[in-house]
Design a protein around this ligand. Sequence first.
Ligand code: SF4
Length: 114
Amino acid sequence: MAFVITQACIGTKASECEKVCPVDAIHPREDQPSFEQTEQLYIDPSVCIDCGACMAVCPVRAIYPDEDPVWAIPKPFRYFIEKNADYYRLDPEAFTQKYPPGVTRRKVVKVKGS
Ligand code: SF4
């Protein structure tokens, strides 16, 4: 299991989450050059230890566990599970092609066929 940052982070990037993460699983940090170019923050599922600290401090409730039966990600946001993981496994150009900045959730969901 891992936690996932979803739609409400886009354009917000409050960054409280990355400050409390004990394992540095959330990027980009405010001090990284890519912060300004990135529309939201992402959790690396291979690093996240499922502590839940980020979810507790997010001011826009953008963070969910990817498999929790109680706090499950709403269906339209499940696409963010792949998006968070892709931020770490794709090169920046491939990531931007797959997830063009400014694409709304409705458009993305339609493109993904969900
Ligand atoms: S659940 Fe914990 S380890 Fe995972 S990203 Fe959030 S703060 Fe970091």
